[in-house]
Structure formats: structure tokens, C-alpha cells
Design a protein around this ligand. Structure first.
Ligand code: GTP
Ligand code: SPV
Ligand code: MN
Length: 586
């Protein structure tokens, strides 16, 4: 396998900067991956788990100061500041490169630089894109092998082309003060340094497939979104697809793999997971939107994953999976996390590798501990997973964690109002990023940390796409996290969310009724099937209720966001906001 001239010269240049002792090209073979696993085991970078119970599975611990994405140190370096916009950190490209050069200089001394050719999307599909990641971390290599398609086939596919996304990663000293996750969208380049945590270092994922790809999509007429893709099969055997944007740790993986409640399984309902985190969406010749999942695996939140909440995800993690920052059961060399079961291991180590007492009040697994599992392991992986054309979307749903305000579900009035609904998303922050947890922040389309250009232009792109789509999917908003007066989740969530999806799909087919409210169409409480739950009609009324006073507080905060976007805010959205406020006050 031979790298082309463009790749080689870039690798040489980066090697001259980072000064590794060796350079190893990742070919995608099992032999090479096995060798790397053995080496990582020897150095302690990865621990082999119980191979009878968890064949091919390993545990990795990151540095305790390096457990989540670092939004404050993530940059979009466009030549003009206004192109990155007020919601991104920005530095002039030359200035940033000079700063980074100093940090990368000699950072790989005594180490090996691995060259990972990878494809986002099925290799050879006209919609897939190729990246090369350079890294000094075996953990990164082994994760990329799960999360993307890597190796020889990708190099062949690239051929002589100089068109690939460049990604340079070095753990360097894992110095949080010198940690940078930097994107140069105009140069198709990503530079990540001083971190070893997934979202900061698996460059195919958030850095490429969202930040760089959203920029490419804007220029090329398609969309890169932080969305799961799910197929719902009805008893007649028809499958309808839904894409859903929820912020990090707000339920994408869970919804993407949901198992229908028993009643629905008995009726013949099935669900299919196409993707759990990222969707690349294009306009099809039939005037519908078509979505592919560019990834090859799942980098999922471990805590809360259990036999009841998400058996499909759990099954996916039983072989060939890398666990990061979970607890280790020393009795049988298996893993544990909060919410896995009610029997935390007594003889165990916590995520930091310290002896752990489950009764100490300290958590065994980090709240953002993760599993990296191959998509093929998922029992409900869609037969369309590898389809290069993707799947046609019937509905797009937005959602977040809102204790109040947002009802369980509502439907936007039309595409433009739907874009407003997405732009006005807000959610309580989670452990997926460093910083305070549980504060409500605006997170438009769940893309606040992932949009590679000006948020106002991004909204404009959504509006423009809408003008081109002959058969647009309907847009909805959901909130699985509304609390009752005692502070408990009022809606059971998980598999029962299918009851809401059914209303959504019925609406798409003109089969369900709704009440028109100032915020959009809300179901009649009796139209969400509660049979088999212990939710009362009274509770349903409650979680579907819309409180104009709370909504006016919310629109005030949307107005602040919009003001920040200045004249890049599409006039269509300014009007949507005015109209909504008028309806709420009427
Ligand atoms: P990222 O991988 O960070 O993008 O997260 P995600 O959006 O895929 O979130 P995930 O599905 O992993 O869920 C995150 C947390 O939300 C877990 O602790 C889940 O148990 C919890 N969760 C998911 N779905 C529901 C739901 O329907 N109701 C409730 N109450 N909690 C949920
Ligand atoms: C998220 O935070 O949205 C994730 C995990 O999916 S990470 O890859 O770290 O971004
Ligand atoms: Mn995510």
C-alpha cells in the first residue's frame, strides 16, 4: 500500500514538526490491530478484560483532567473572524498555527506516529469523504478502527487525489493549559493537541463529520447534523425514517436503538438503528431529504445503559469494544458503571484506577465514561446502514433536557417555523463537555459546539435548503425530560418514546389529530397511547401543556441569541420570533 504524493508530503511535513521515532501506516488488517492491542496492553494504555465474558474488549483510563470535550479550547480558524461567528472561538489562522507549531514541535519524540487513512461513509460511496489522521496514540488508532472505515481500501479509493481532510493529533504532555482542538475549515485541516479524550481526538467524529463537514455542506448544498437516524417499521412492514438532533448526552443513542414496548412488539413493530450521533443529509432526486450515518461504530455514554433502558447498546458492547473511564470489577475482570445494575462490584477500581467503595458516595464510573462499539454488533442495526444513498426522512425532531417549558412533543407549523424551533433549542448542560452541568443554555439544532461556521449563516443554510426540498420532512420538538412537581421525570422515556414517534409518524401521514397552539401543533392528550404505561391522562395533559409566561421568558432568551448573530440572522427567523411572541401574547 502506497500513499499518494499529496498525503506523503503532508505526512513528511508533520513528522518533521513532531519528530516521532517511527511512522507506521494503518492498513486495516486484523494482524496489525492485534499487534497494536498487544503493545497497548504491555504499556498499560489498555487493559484486556475477561475474554470469556467480554471477548475482544479492553478498558482504557484517560488522564483525570481529560474526560470530556473542551469547548472553551475548541477553535474555528477562518481567515475572517466573522465567518466563524460569535458562538465559536476564533484566532487568525497564522497566529494559531504559530502557537500550535510551538506545542507540536518534538511532541512525538520517543513515540510512533500512526497514519490512519479513513473514510466517513461507506468506502467509495459518492457521498463519503476521506480523512487522514496522524496520531501518537494507539488508543486513538484502535478507536478509529471501530468508529470509521480505515486502511488499504481507503488509500485505494483516494488514489492520486489531494482531496482529503488532514488531521494531526498528538497527546503531547496532556497539558490542559496547552490543550487545543483547532479547525481550519478553509484548509480542510484539523489540529488537536494535549488531549486523549474521544471527542477531542477521534478526529473523524465531531471535528470532521460535523465542524468541517458542516462548512463543506454549506458550500456544497448538503447538511452535516448532530442527529441520530432511526427506522420505525410498522406491522405492515413499512419502514419510516426519523432523524433527531438532541444535545450531547440527551438521548440520541437511546432513541436510535429503542425497543418497542411489549404491546407494540406483539403487534409487529420493529425499530432499526441507522446512526446514533451524526447524519449527513442530502436532497434526493425524489425531492425528499436522504440521510446517511458517516460513522462505523458508536461512541456512547456508558452510565445509564442497562438491560432495561438500552439492551441493544448493551449487547453491542459485549464484544470488540473499548471502554473508557468505567469501573473495573476485580473479581471477574469485567466493567461496571452507574445504572448498569443494582450490584456495584465490591472488589473494584474506580475510573481513576483507585480502589473503590460503592458506599463511599464517590462514583465508580465517570459520568461521561464511554463505550466504543462496532455498529455491526448492534442487534437492531438497519439493513440500510451501508446503503450509500442513505434513507429518506419522514420527520426531523429536535429535543433537549428541559425540566419545564417544552411539552413532551409538538409539531412545527411548516419548514421555516421548524427551522425556528431548531434554532431556539435549549437544554441543560451535561457531563459530555467540561464545565457546569445542569444549566440551561441555548443550543441551536444541538450544534452549538459543532457548527464550523457562523451560526447565522448556518440558520440561513437551513432556510435555503427548505426552499429546495419539494417534499420536506415535518419538523417536531420533543422533551423526554419534563419533571413533575416532585422532581421526577414525568414521562417514562426510552422504549415508551415509540408512543410519541407513532404520533409523529401519523401526523406525517395525515392520520393524527392535533391542537393548534401558539407554539405549534400539540397532540390531544388521548392521542398518545398510554396503554401499558402507568402514566395517567392527567399527567399527559400536564406534560403537553404550554405556559405562555414561561414561553415568553424563553423567547426573550432566543432574542438575545438572535441579537448576537447580527445581520447574519435570516429575516425569516426574525419574523418567526416576532410572530411567535405575538401569538403567545394574544
Ligand atoms: P452523546 O453521545 O453525548 O451525543 O449522547 P446521546 O445524545 O447519544 O445520549 P444518550 O442516548 O447516551 O443518553 C444520555 C443519558 O440520557 C443517559 O444517561 C440516558 O440514560 C439518558 N436518557 C436517554 N433517553 C432517555 C429518556 O427517554 N428518558 C430519560 N429520563 N433519560 C434518558
Ligand atoms: C458528544 O459529546 O456529543 C459525543 C461524544 O457524541 S464526543 O465524541 O466526545 O463528542
Ligand atoms: Mn454526540
Amino acid at each position: 500500500m502506497e500513499l499518494n504524493k499529496a498525503v506523503k508530503s503532508w505526512v513528511d511535513e508533520m513528522a518533521a514538526l513532531c519528530k516521532p521515532d517511527n511512522i507506521v501506516l494503518i492498513d486495516g488488517s486484523k494482524e496489525q490491530a492485534d499487534k497494536l492491542r498487544a503493545e497497548a496492553e504491555k504499556t498499560g494504555e489498555m487493559m484486556k478484560l475477561n475474554q470469556e465474558k467480554l471477548p475482544g474488549c479492553y478498558l482504557h483510563r484517560t488522564d483525570p483532567n481529560d474526560v470530556a470535550r473542551v469547548e472553551g479550547r475548541t477553535f474555528i480558524c477562518t481567515s475572517k473572524k466573522e465567518d466563524a461567528g460569535p458562538t465559536n472561538n476564533w484566532m487568525a489562522p497564522d497566529e494559531m498555527k504559530a502557537l500550535l507549531r510551538g506545542i507540536y514541535d518534538g511532541s512525538m519524540k520517543g513515540r510512533t506516529m500512526y497514519v490512519i487513512p479513513y473514510s466517513m461513509g461507506a468506502v467509495g460511496s459518492e457521498f463519503s469523504k476521506i480523512g487522514i489522521e496522524l496520531t501518537d496514540s494507539i488508543y486513538v488508532v484502535l478507536n478509529m478502527i471501530i468508529m470509521t472505515r480505515v486502511g488499504e481500501a481507503v488509500v485505494k479509493q483516494l488514489g492520486d487525489s489531494p482531496e482529503f481532510i488532514k488531521g494531526l493529533h498528538s497527546k503531547a504532555q496532556l497539558d490542559p493549559e496547552k490543550r487545543y482542538i483547532v479547525h481550519f475549515p478553509e484548509e480542510n485541516t484539523i489540529m488537536s493537541v494535549n488531549s486523549g479524550y474521544g471527542g477531542n481526538v477521534l478526529l473523524g467524529k465531531k471535528c470532521f463529520a460535523l465542524r468541517i463537514a458542516s462548512f463543506l455542506g454549506k458550500n456544497e448544498g448538503w447538511m452535516a447534523e448532530h442527529m441520530l437516524i432511526l427506522g420505525v417499521q410498522n406491522p405492515k412492514g413499512e419502514v419510516k425514517y426519523i432523524a433527531g438532533a438532541f444535545p450531547s448526552a440527551c438521548g440520541k443513542t437511546n432513541l436510535a436503538m429503542l425497543i418497542p414496548p411489549k404491546k407494540y412488539r406483539d403487534m409487529g413493530y420493529k425499530t432499526w438503528c441507522v446512526g446514533d450521533d451524526i447524519a449527513w443529509i442530502r436532497l434526493g432526486e425524489d425531492g425528499r431529504l436522504w440521510a446517511v450515518n458517516p460513522e462505523f461504530g458508536f461512541f456512547g455514554v456508558a452510565p445509564g445503559t442497562n438491560e432495561k433502558s438500552n439492551p441493544n447498546a448493551l449487547a453491542a458492547t459485549r464484544t470488540n469494544t473499548i471502554f473508557t473511564n468505567v469501573a473495573l470489577n476485580l473479581d471477574d475482570n469485567t466493567v461496571w458503571w452507574e445504572g448498569l445494575d443494582k450490584n456495584p462490584p465490591k472488589h473494584s477500581l474506580d475510573w481513576k484506577g483507585n480502589p473503590w467503595d460503592p458506599d463511599s458516595g464517590v462514583k465508580g464510573a465517570h459520568p461521561n465514561s464511554r463505550f466504543t462499539a462496532p455498529a455491526v454488533n448492534c442487534p437492531c442495526i438497519s439493513p440500510e446502514f451501508e446503503n450509500p444513498k442513505g434513507v429518506p426522512l419522514s420527520a426531523i425532531i429536535f429535543g433537549g433536557r428541559r425540566a419545564k417549558t417544552a411539552p413532551l412533543v409538538y409539531e412545527a407549523l411548516d419548514w421555516e417555523h421548524g427551522v425556528y424551533v431548531g434554532s431556539a433549542m435549549a437544554s441543560e448542560t451535561t457531563a459530555a463537555a467540561t464545565g457546569q452541568v445542569g444549566v440551561v443554555r441555548r443550543d441551536p439544532m444541538a450544534m452549538l459546539p459543532f457548527c464550523g461556521y457562523h451560526m447565522g449563516d448556518y440558520f440561513g443554510h437551513w432556510i435555503e435548503m427548505g426552499k429546495k426540498i419539494k417534499n420536506p420532512p415535518k419538523i417536531f420538538n420533543v422533551n423526554w425530560f419534563r419533571l413533575d412537581d416532585e422532581g421526577h421525570f414525568a414521562w417514562p422515556g426510552f422504549g415508551d418514546n415509540l408512543r410519541v414517534l407513532n404520533w409523529i409518524l401519523d401526523r406525517c401521514e395525515g392520520k393524527a389529530d392535533a391542537v393548534k397552539t401558539p407554539i405549534g401543533y400539540v397532540p390531544k392528550p388521548e392521542d398518545i397511547d398510554l396503554d401499558g404505561t402507568n402514566v395517567t391522562l392527567e399527567t399527559m395533559k400536564d406534560i403537553l401543556s404550554v405556559d405562555p409566561a414561561l414561553w415568553l421568558e424563553d423567547t426573550a432568551s432566543v432574542r438575545e441569541l438572535y441579537k448576537k448573530l447580527g445581520d447574519k440572522l435570516p429575516k425569516e427567523l426574525a419574523k418567526q420570533l416576532d410572530d411567535l411572541e405575538a401569538r403567545l401574547k394574544a
